[in-house]
Design a protein around this ligand. Structure first.
Ligand code: ADP
Ligand code: MG
Length: 481
């Protein structure tokens, strides 16, 4: 029996997502990334005596939106608690959190696995404030502290121990990143720390119901690292157990230069954080009406759109998934098909010429400037045979980006329209056939594949402007006469 068959990995993830609010969770300080150190630190952020925090309504709304998108139950009676501990980057000496009384309970996030779709069960989503940043590698002798991040709103999304491989964890975090961006609650930018993940990992014999001893790998800051850390841990634990040793309950850290983890502390006696409700912050009650209002602000989710794109527009699952990678792309597609029924052509334009243009220009669908109505007119123009796809994508499309307008008028001006006028086509066709009498004989003897050669010859003579569909028709009429 292989070790993979013998042991099962069990994983629970805690993902911190920075909410995309302009200001902090309890004061008006900016949350902008990349500011000069210690410039967004009002007395409230610093926890100076006599200051009073006030809850950012937008942050509460975003947490609820995420909860609704994840099918959670929303807690109506909420309060914030103080989690007391000392750390240099925690200016108040406590973190304001809902750790034990989350605003969202239960719920799930769907992921694709080798054996189909699976719902990963969530334990909770709660609101809390971020700490500042300790910077250890800036100075030889001192740790530098930047408190700009202190007080930034976070949601922490906690799963049940319901992931069973590094691959599934990778899928799950990828899905979270798509989801938070999709519903607009977090920019999902892992390089800037907007999404960070702690991975809890254990192994057990397959068939065993009891969970094994877990380790927690802290602060994974890329989806790749989540996967690598879990892969390493599963291998390390399996080796330990196979050798007859026990897994130690530990907190570990990941070293991305070696793709390994190392222990940072063994299980301390349970920390006593002396949680108590924050006396400076009033509890808040959410009405049903408010929650319903929040529900109506949740856009159609990726899974729903993927299904709709397949059933309503006949797209393949692959195409539908591609469109739903990010919301701006799906939105652009929806805009397009308000003006054209060439659904498959719309997908091809998005995944072909537009994607290529965006890659080359470093742009994205969010900022893509060509109005969908113009592109749709272009798609319809190609469909009508007035212009060939290659001229449309290579010449007209870039020109339209520079000067959006009527594609047909611009094509005319650029001399790109195909000729479908009978007399002119007819003479090219006759010329082409006259130039290749041997091939004509061969064709008539049954070598029907030669039609492509004749079409190509006509195209050449027309300098690419002959409409190939009509040319083919004309050729067949003449050849079969
Ligand atoms: P802690 O108190 O150590 O933070 P929690 O019970 O709050 O632990 O769980 C934290 C995360 O660890 C959750 O995502 C949970 O699903 C996961 N988890 C708990 N026990 C295990 C285990 N034995 N193996 C893997 N994951 C676990
Ligand atoms: Mg934890």
């Amino acid at each position: 029996m292989s070790l993979q068959d013998k042991y099962e990995a069990v994983i629970g993830l805690e993902v911190h997502a920075q909410l995309a609010t302009n200001s902090k969770l309890f004061c008006g300080d900016s949350t902008a990334f990349g500011a000069a150190p210690n410039t967004h630190i009002s007395p409230i952020t610093m926890g100076h005596p006599g200051t009073l925090p006030k809850t950012n309504k937008k942050a509460v709304e975003y947490a609820i939106r995420m909860g609704l998108a994840c099918h959670c139950e929303i807690e109506k009676d909420n309060y914030f608690a103080r989690k007391n501990y000392f750390y240099p980057d925690l200016p108040k000496g406590y973190q304001i959190s809902q750790h034990t009384t989350p605003i969202c309970k239960g719920g799930y996030i769907s992921i694709k696995t080798g054996s189909g779709e699976r719902r990963v069960q969530l334990n909770r989503i709660h609101l809390e404030e971020d700490a500042g940043k300790s910077i250890h590698d800036l100075d030889d002798h001192f740790t530098c502290i930047d408190l700009n991040r202190a007080g930034t709103p976070l949601i922490e999304i906690v799963t049940e121990p319901d992931l069973f491989s590094a691959e599934e964890a990778w899928q799950y975090v990828t899905e979270i990143r798509r989801l938070v961006r999709w519903i607009g609650v977090c920019d999902g930018n892992m390089e800037e720390g907007s999404l960070r993940c702690d991975a809890n990992i254990s192994i057990r014999l397959r068939g065993e119901k009891k969970l094994g001893t877990k380790v927690e790998v802290k602060n994974l800051n890329s989806i790749r690292n989540v996967r690598k850390a879990i892969e390493f841990e599963i291998a390390r634990m399996t080796e330990l157990v196979e050798a007859g040793d026990k897994v130690q309950q530990q907190t570990r850290s990941f070293d991305a230069s070696t793709d390994t983890t190392f222990a940072i502390r063994d299980k301390e006696e349970a920390n006593d954080y002396r949680y108590f409700p924050d006396p400076d912050l009033a509890p808040f009650h959410l009405t049903d009406a408010f929650i319903e209002e929040m529900r109506s602000a949740v856009p159609a989710l990726p899974d729903q759109l993927v299904a709709r794109f397949q059933s309503d527009y006949g797209l393949s699952e692959y195409d539908a998934q591609q469109l739903c990678d990010e919301k701006a792309t799906a939105d652009y597609f929806c805009d397009l098909i308000r003006h054209t029924q060439q659904y498959k052509a719309a997908v091809n334009w998005i995944s072909g010429p537009i994607r290529q243009y965006l890659n080359e220009s470093g742009g994205s669908f969010e900022t893509f400037s060509l109005p969908a109505s113009v592109l749709a007119a272009l798609i319809n123009l190609v469909d009508s045979g007035r212009i060939g796809f290659s001229a449309a994508s290579a010449k007209l499309f870039p020109a339209l980006i520079v000067t959006p307008g009527n594609p047909e008028a611009l094509a005319e001006k650029m001399n790109l329209l195909q000729v479908s006028d009978g007399a002119e086509l007819e003479s090219w066709v006759s010329e082409a056939l006259a130039a290749m009498p041997d091939k004509v004989t061969e064709y008539r003897k049954g070598k029907k594949g030669l039609i492509g050669l004749f079409v190509g010859e006509v195209k050449k003579r027309s300098k690419g402007k002959a409409d190939p569909r009509i040319v083919t028709q004309l050729l067949e009429e003449k050849l079969n006469a």
